[in-house]
Design a protein around this ligand. Sequence first.
Ligand code: SF4
Ligand code: SF4
Ligand code: SF4
Length: 269
Amino acid sequence: MSKPRVAFFDFASCEGCQLQIINLEEAVVDVAKLIDIVSFREAMKEHSDDYDIAIIEGSITRPMDVKRIKEIRENASILIAMGACAHLGGIQRLSNQWTPEENKEEVYARHPGAEHTGDDNPLFEKPVHRAVDEIVKVDAIIPGCPIDKNEFAKVLIALLTGKKLPIPDYPVCVECKKNENICMFEIGKFCMGPLARAGCNAHCPTTGNECEACRGFIDNPHEKAHLEVLEKYGLSADEIMRRKSMFTHRYIEEATSSGSSPEEAKGGE
Ligand code: SF4
Ligand code: SF4
Ligand code: SF4
């Protein structure tokens, strides 16, 4: 039986998630047994439009991106959104809250030497960053910024062997407690760990940094949040959702457009 043909596509992104795959090392052996990679711009010259699985990195931004992702979806049996840009719209999604003029002023006027091009191109009139599943159906998500290369391999193997996707639905606090870290709240910092999706082994608090929820929120955060931490520090799930938005502006946008709280909006993901 022929192996599934896999193609990688990049949209608005730093391409750091693709780099993680190039660094797969030992896990690549198991993955390579199961697939044929037919397009991967960062790693090979060959390209084919004949593929079964499309792996998407990056947020969908311009009308031409919308057209392209719809065509990719039509060609693929399975479509995977890889990384926070594809999963949530990325850090770049923060720019959705300002006008193009305000963004231009912030980026170019304040940084002498930076050159802005594209003013005469209608495609750049009003870029809006969106996650892939806001445009087309997504069969699996690999969260994180960047993704974890071993989690990538596990998701792909699960998809190909019909197993349950190995993405945890419990908060980062669980992993953080196992690592016996001092809680960020104890030292006057703010951490999104009670709601952020685990799977990174609490990388940030374990290395002395606040969690920014780059893996998005758990499903139904209100019920599944790490309540012990919320209670101890007198916080609500809703408060955490609104306090920071580097990776999670999607939920705030969804709440604003639906007139609900971010928590309710997240429940609809
Ligand atoms: S999720 Fe992070 S590492 Fe991956 S492409 Fe986006 S910005 Fe880069
Ligand atoms: S709030 Fe942050 S630092 Fe505190 S236990 Fe949870 S993940 Fe760890
Ligand atoms: S601790 Fe939070 S921000 Fe850091 S990698 Fe994990 S989910 Fe992402």
